[in-house]
Design a protein around this ligand. Structure first.
Ligand SMILES: [Zn+2]
Length: 181
């Protein structure tokens, strides 16, 4: 199937339940830059002026992706997604062939961010508890807290880098990114 970028973007827009007006504006490249994107959702001028709560509930009502806005689908969701009668054959094929782009990167990155957040919170809780228990050792506990946080952040950056590198290699191999010599 010869798939154009516009067809792919329209299919993604339908899949995520985005309003037609916003998808049209995105595809015709008439979006204004001043409107803040919401996790990949680019609003047209009219929608940017509308109450966000109403917009989100409309998106969720139309959404084929089983996870509510703004969450991406997980790999397991594709069993259900590919049976959804709202997708025609061409759209289904488009969604199936972009499964990786629609999920994996966000899954992995989201996972490392959530893990980092949990680790930092645990470290902060431990500092508060330690100081409460032994106030005289506060300086030492604070120093150890900084050391640990530094290690956690380095670890996080390193892992993000490895994920991004893998994504990049995948995109070069699949032809989505071309390297000029
Ligand atoms: Zn719109």
């Amino acid at each position: 199937m010869d798939e154009t970028a516009v067809f792919r973007d329209r299919t993604f827009g339908k899949f995520f339940g985005f309003p037609d007006c916003c998808v049209d504006a995105y595809c015709s490249k008439t979006l204004k830059h001043g409107v803040r994107p919401l996790c990949g959702f680019r609003r047209c001028d009219a929608c940017a002026a509308r109450p966000l709560e109403q917009l989100i509930s409309e998106i969720n009502a139309r959404r084929i992706c089983p996870k509510p806005f703004p969450l991406p689908p997980t790999s397991e969701d594709f069993q259900t997604i590919l049976k959804d009668s709202r997708l025609d054959a061409a759209e289904r094929e488009c969604i199936a062939s972009h499964q990786e782009a629609l999920t994996s990167r966000s899954d992995e990155i989201r996972g490392t961010i959530e893990e980092m957040h949990a680790r930092l919170s645990a470290t902060e809780t431990k500092l508060v508890d330690d100081v409460k228990r032994e106030p005289a050792r506060e300086q030492y506990f604070r120093a150890m807290f900084e050391v640990e946080r530094d290690e956690q952040l380095n670890d996080f950056v390193e892992r993000q880098y490895l994920i991004m590198r893998e994504v990049f290699v995948r995109q070069v191999k699949s032809g989505h990114i071309k390297i000029r010599h």
